[in-house]
Design a protein around this ligand. Structure first.
Ligand code: NDP
Length: 283
């Protein structure tokens, strides 16, 4: 029997309705949640992500401000924009769409965002808070994966979780959230030997490498929960994940599709973090 679907579109609709209601209530009290999105240059993928984020804000009663800057902008000019947003009382969340042009140091840019407005959760202060189990903002993609797991009431406590991919924005924070929820974790990276030996042990398998369909059916434990973070565009223009969905769905117990799994959840948790930032500001 094929795996059950971890439907990120469906769960997103439910959570976004709750966020829209909470935003409207907060607005009525005098604080309308506001998100600033900085988009630099003309990367087509970034354009799509940013368009989706702005539209999602509108639907959730969140004010969005899109700041488009040229690819030639200097680092100091970009930092000036961020400093202005840090002190703007109408803006509660600041997101700089990555990747950035080569002349700009991404680390410096992320560190310039006020941690209280760092709704991506990438600032070292927020990464450190997450590490110690007291996160202010959870990074949106792993936060969305946790919501998908919670939606099926999966017993995370005591489960074996394997995360394939160890980036600062997905793999590492995912590992921390699963660890804090009581899972026993293994994190794999590009140097890991015999990845399949690890993934076959996983009750919960989260994959975020950017390698299309790298996880095949023989790498998955029967009945496992498989969360596919990858978004890859194939030569025919279609999107696919890092998991071979058509094969793995016959082995896994639960599986998230691409598109329609983690992608919409990432945007939903960005809205959630912006609402939380506005709540902190209001108090
Ligand atoms: P990065 O390129 O920053 O990191 C990739 C990670 O995968 C690295 O830790 C790398 O290891 C590891 N890796 C690469 N090859 C292998 C391999 N053969 N075996 C095991 N591990 C490997 O990617 P991101 O984390 O930013 O993104 C990963 C994927 O998730 C991409 O497809 C991206 O588009 C997607 N994504 C989707 C989001 C969503 O909302 N759905 C949000 C963010 C990302 P090493 O550390 O050794 O280099």
């Amino acid at each position: 029997m094929p795996a059950k679907l971890l439907d990120g579109n469906l769960l997103s609709r439910q959570i976004r309705t709750e966020i829209a209601t909470a935003s409207a209530i907060l607005s009525a009290k005098g604080t309308k949640p506001g998100l600033a999105v900085i988009l630099i240059g003309e990367n087509p993928a970034s354009e799509i992500y940013v368009r989706n984020k702005v539209k999602a804000c509108e639907e959730a009663n969140i004010r969005s401000r899109l700041i488009r800057l040229p690819a030639t902008i200097s680092e100091s000019d970009l930092l000036d924009h961020i400093h202005a947003l840090n002190t703007n009382p109408d803006i509660h969340g600041i997101l700089v769409q990555l990747p950035l042009p080569a002349q700009i140091d991404s680390f410096k840019v992320i560190e310039s965002i006020d941690p209280m407005k760092d709704v991506d959760g990438f600032h070292v202060a927020n990464a450190g808070a997450l590490m110690t189990g007291k996160p202010l903002f959870k990074p949106c993609t792993p936060y969305g994966c946790m919501k998908l797991l919670e939606s099926i009431d999966y017993p995370i406590r005591g489960a074996r979780a394997v995360i394939v991919g160890a980036s600062n924005i997905v793999g590492k924070p995912m590992a921390m959230l699963l660890l804090q929820a009581g899972a026993t974790i293994t994190i794999c990276n590009s140097k890991t030997k015999d990845i399949g030996a690890h993934t076959r042990e996983a009750d919960i398998l989260v994959v975020a490498t950017g390698i299309p369909k790298m996880i095949t059916a023989n790498m998955v434990k029967p009945g496992a929960v498989v969360i596919d973070v990858g978004i890859n565009r194939l030569a025919d223009g279609k999107l696919c994940g890092d998991v071979d969905f058509d094969e793995v769905k016959y082995v896994a117990g639960w599986i998230s599709p691409v598109p329609g799994g983690v992608g919409p959840m990432t945007i939903t948790m960005l809205l959630q973090n912006t609402l939380e930032a506005a709540n902190h500001f209001h108090q």
